[in-house]
Ligand binder design. Structure first.
Ligand SMILES: NC(=O)c1ccc[n+]([C@@H]2O[C@H](COP(=O)([O-])OP(=O)(O)OC[C@H]3O[C@@H](n4cnc5c(N)ncnc54)[C@H](OP(=O)(O)O)[C@@H]3O)[C@@H](O)[C@H]2O)c1
Length: 306
């Protein structure tokens, strides 16, 4: 009889543990407000955080501290690139957060990109990124921009994925259906993400809707227009008006718009206050009218041409 009680007790413990785990998984993926989730499931089967820290132009201690601070205040996605020359600093920020027990490697998502000058040696380029970052694997590797031998670079990314160096692969700066179709024509593994310039003055919903049928997600770079153009974005009349209505900052309105549009977004910042402000966008939502007003700002105007 005692033995039976013991077995029932063990079964109850296992049942409750299973429920707790399920609840945890559900809240991680579930909506925080409206249709915005903290994570998105990629076509590779991996989960990617929707909001991350961009690190372009960040170097040295500012870069290390920004990455560390972002992880400390809740970010789980860090975006870098071989071209930025800051992978060692990004790695130091990550290592510090892991060492202090703030996050584990498995909890964070690190993206890097193969730079054009490495396109002849793309596989080695990925290994160089890993070495400088001090990581065993990357969560996402992107070809930084179209080049002269994209297919060979794509093959190297597929090989790296097969060998466990990267979990997911993707492309960056491919803006048209034609450009994407070309990649799809030779891809054995579908790109999981397309990282493109995308902001209130250049909205590419057309591409977002086209790639949806392949479960490919669009990730926005320059969400604030990039260094030198932020005032034009933050001071936009519509953005300021909505910010006033909701008691939020223009940066928060813009980021919330990206999330509600279905994008992954990676605002860059070397300022701890901005880093915190930019992550504080999961407790409010824009209504349909506000979303439409922001869509109407679009000028189909990019700041860069690479
Ligand atoms: N794939 C590609 O080709 C490509 C190209 C460009 C960028 N990217 C990626 O995308 C990321 C984002 O782009 P980005 O960093 O160039 O431009 P961005 O995110 O549009 O803007 C960054 C600028 O916004 C300022 N800022 C950030 N948060 C703010 C806030 N709450 N209030 C006021 N100002 C704020 C930053 O200044 P502070 O530092 O003072 O906060 C910085 O000057 C990059 O960091 C990089 O990871 C990818």
């Amino acid at each position: 009889m005692r033995k039976l009680h013991f077995i029932i007790l063990i079964l109850i413990v296992f049942f409750l543990a299973g429920c707790t785990q399920q609840i945890k998984e559900d809240t991680e993926i579930q909506d925080t407000k409206e249709d915005v989730t903290m994570y998105i499931e990629l076509n590779s089967g991996y989960k990617m955080p929707r909001l991350g820290l961009g690190t372009w132009t960040l170097k040295g201690e500012v870069c290390q501290n920004s990455v560390y601070h972002a992880l400390k205040c809740g970010y789980r996605l860090i975006d870098t690139a071989r071209y930025y020359g800051n992978e060692k600093d990004v790695g130091i920020g990550i290592a510090r957060a892991i060492k202090e027990g703030l996050v584990s490697r498995e909890e964070i998502f690190v993206t890097s990109k193969i730079m054009p000058s490495d396109y002849e040696r793309a596989y080695q380029g990925i290994k160089d990124s890993l070495k400088d970052l001090g990581l065993d694997y990357l969560d996402l590797i992107l070809i930084h921009q179209p080049g002269y031998n994209d297919e060979a670079v794509y093959r190297a990314m597929e090989e790296a994925q097969k060998n466990g160096l990267v979990s997911s692969i993707g492309i960056s700066n491919y803006y048209t259906k034609q450009q994407v179709d070309e990649v799809l024509s030779y891809a054995k593994v579908l790109p999981a993400v397309i990282q493109n310039e995308n902001h209130i003055y250049y909205q590419n919903q057309q591409l977002r809707d086209y790639v949806k049928e392949y479960s490919i997600v669009l990730e926005s770079w320059y969400p604030f227009g990039g260094r030198g153009h932020t005032a034009e974005n933050f001071e936009n009349e519509t953005i300021v008006q909505i910010a006033d209505e909701l008691g939020k900052t223009p940066a928060q309105i813009i980021l919330r718009w990206h999330l509600q549009e279905g994008y992954i977004v990676i605002p860059g910042s070397g300022n701890p206050d901005h880093i915190e402000e930019n992550y504080d966008v999961f407790d409010f939502s824009l209504n349909e009218e506000q979303m439409k007003k922001i869509e109407a700002i679009d000028l189909q105007r990019r700041y860069e041409n690479w």
